[in-house]
Design a protein around this ligand. Structure first.
Ligand code: HEM
Length: 533
């Protein structure tokens, strides 16, 4: 019998048991007892009162009552697909990661998302998009938890609760649901000018992608790759869509949002169903691992910075193909748990303070969202590599562990010796030198330039893209009630470019302020423009 059918005795095991669901020959209750009727409560006569003894009614309704789990605190709205990552082997000189060796194929699960809206919000709102990839490598799970924009609003994770409080709907009326057109968002991003660059990306066409299949993805942070010989290289990860980068125009986004709030998830599922498998190339920008972790004057630990591709070209290292839709949204798309701390040998972190906070946050939130510490056992999260940890028990423990001595060393279960030597396949933290210093709660001076990179982005846009940006700022700021917030936003724009500021000011019917910082002398980066792709 196939995996979805019962055996002649009506029994099923493992995955078949979990999946037979409504296709079986008969219905049972949760204990496997056959039910002849699950449509009528047990009553004292057809019109009589329902009997308290109807424990089957209780079981059915009780289970329904608990069907919902908390949605993600951010990135609640998403869609996902299975696929395969094929390595070109071009990264082998800089990393020993086995899945990046020549020709290796690795199963993946990718979830795309919006950030701010709730689970039922519309797909086409102006927002950043999540682009999270789980690689089920033979050395364990590697997650690349990125976005469709290469920069972030804040430089330090301790500010994440604040930016999200500001971006989510107002606490009193819970509006707007999923966009940045409101006072608290603009209040935050204008009081924290480090947010200027990401905000500009949001107001650009990148904020309203045409399709998940036509988005770039970025790891955002600088990561450290470790080669077989122990040498290290700093890198930024990039996903480049085979279909090119395309956006909706604002009016299309509004129409699509109204006519089909599922526009992006439908597009993804339909394309895969039709065999038009979406593809991306994974690439890396590489930088020497110097003690200051700077490149061409750009602080690589500041997640509000990009490194222009003209300065460090993106080198392709593999291809991602999405070729299978999930069969159950809840089991897969909803229960998948990504984490920037899921790393494999050959890929390490840097001291980016935004990345540091993320290393705690994902596990913490998943303990609540997925009901305890055992979510790595949920099928979609299970590594494809053997697991031999000594974690035991806890809510939703699915494993029946053998033996008596979950500790090491032990003399009862045969122990579990550590393998000696550096080439044993174990994850070894790179022995980088930690800079000496005094404990402080402050940012480095190199994090203080908030306007040169936004200026470069603005100057890199075509005339049409600039017009869209002006329109976006004018519309979104036009929704603010607070005059002071609008005026502060214009001040930020004045510090990017006087022309941008003047055009938005005109749209808002407000005077354009003068810049308060000198303009950076930056070259445009043609690679930032979507035009011609
Ligand atoms: C979820 C990306 C910064 C906390 C996500 C998701 C993505 C993402 C793609 C959705 C994952 C999914 O599809 O399940 C990013 C990027 C960041 C960033 C690219 C900056 C470079 C942060 C920071 C924090 C944070 C600084 C906290 C300090 C979370 C949390 C979730 C989340 C709590 C929900 C995870 C879950 O419920 O499973 N992030 N994020 N993120 N992020 Fe981030």
């Amino acid at each position: 019998s196939g995996p979805d059918t019962m055996s002649p005795t009506g029994q099923a095991t493992g995955a078949a048991r979990a999946r037979m669901a409504q296709s079986g020959a008969y219905l049972t209750d949760a204990q496997g007892v056959r039910r002849y009727d699950t449509d009528h409560s047990l009553k004292a006569g057809p019109r009589g009162p329902v009997l308290l003894q109807d424990h089957h009614l209780r079981e059915k309704v009780m289970h329904f009552d608990h069907e919902r789990i908390p949605e993600r605190v951010v990135h609640a709205r998403g869609a996902a697909a299975h696929g395969v990552f094929t390595s070109y082997g071009t990264a082998s000189s800089v990393t020993k990661a086995a899945f990046l060796a020549p020709g290796v194929e690795t199963p993946v699960f990718v979830r795309f998302s919006t950030v701010l809206g709730s689970r039922g919000s519309a797909d086409t709102v102006r927002d950043t998009r999540g682009f999270a990839t789980k690689f089920y490598t033979e050395e364990g799970v590697f997650d690349l938890v990125g976005n469709n924009m290469p920069v972030f609003f804040i430089q330090d994770a301790i500010k994440f609760p604040d930016i999200i409080h500001a971006g989510k709907p107002h606490p009193d009326r819970e509006i707007p649901q999923a966009q940045s057109a409101h006072d608290t968002f603009w209040d935050f991003v204008t009081l924290h000018t480090e947010a200027t660059h990401h905000t500009l990306w949001n107001m650009s066409d990148r904020g309203i992608p045409r399709s998940y299949r036509m988005m770039e993805g970025f790891g955002v942070h600088t990561f450290r790759l470790v080669a077989e010989d122990g040498s290290t290289t700093l890198v930024k990860f990039h996903w480049k869509p085979k279909l090119g980068v395309h956006s909706l125009v604002w009016e299309e986004a509004q129409l699509a949002g109204g006519v089909d709030p599922d526009f992006h998830r439908r597009d993804l599922a339909d394309a895969i169903e039709a065999g038009a498998y979406p593809e991306w190339e994974l690439g890396i920008q590489t930088f020497p691992d110097t003690p200051d972790q700077m490149f061409e004057g750009i602080d690589l630990l500041d997640a509000t910075n990009i490194v222009p591709e003209e300065l460090a070209p993106v080198q392709p290292i593999g291809r991602l193909t999405l070729n299978r839709n999930p069969s159950n949204f809840f089991a897969e798309t909803e229960q998948v748990a990504f984490h920037v701390g899921h790393l494999v040998p050959g890929i390490d972190i840097t001291d980016d303070p935004l990345l540091a906070g993320r290393l705690f946050s994902y596990l913490d939130t998943q303990i609540t969202r997925l009901g305890g510490p055992n979510f790595a056992q949920i099928p979609i999260n299970r590594p494809h590599a053997p697991v031999n940890d000594m974690h035991r028990d806890g809510f939703h423990q699915d494993a029946v562990h053998r033996g008596v001595a979950p500790y090491r060393p032990n003399s009862l279960d045969g122990g579990c010796p550590f393998l000696a030597g550096a080439d044993n396949g174990a994850y070894i933290e790179t022995p980088v030198r930690v800079p000496e210093g005094t404990k402080v709660r402050e940012a480095p001076e190199s994090f203080s330039d908030h306007f040169s990179q936004p200026r470069r982005f603005w100057l890199s846009m075509s005339a049409v893209e600039q017009e869209h940006i002006v329109g976006a700022y004018t519309f979104e700021l036009g929704k603010c009630y607070e005059q002071a917030v609008k005026e502060r936003a214009l001040q930020v724009l004045a510090n990017i470019d006087p022309g941008l500021c003047a055009r938005v000011a005109e749209g808002l019917g407000l005077p354009a302020p003068e810049a308060t910082v000198p303009f950076a002398d930056v070259e445009p980066s043609p690679a930032l423009s979507q035009v011609g792709q």
